[in-house]
Write a new protein. Structure first.
Length: 66
């Protein structure tokens, strides 16, 4: 199954696994990521500036933020 033209939500989007996954998906999809920035692997990467990438600083345990 190809993932193209999808809107994908990635939790932990600023961590190592989240940024790796987002980089693989962002060229052909819209990627929305959320992370509490406990470990920030996103800063200083081209992913943060990609037009198909949106980042929200939020904790997934905060239901109001989701």
């Amino acid at each position: 199954m190809a993932l193209q033209g999808k809107r994908i939500f990635v939790t932990g989007g600023a961590g190592f696994i989240g940024t790796t996954l987002a980089r693989r998906l962002v060229d052909e999809n819209e990627v929305i990521a959320a992370d509490n920035l406990h470990r920030d692997a996103l800063s200083g990467t081209p992913l943060a500036e990609h037009p198909n990438f949106t980042f929200h600083q939020a904790d997934i345990l905060d239901l109001d933020a989701m």
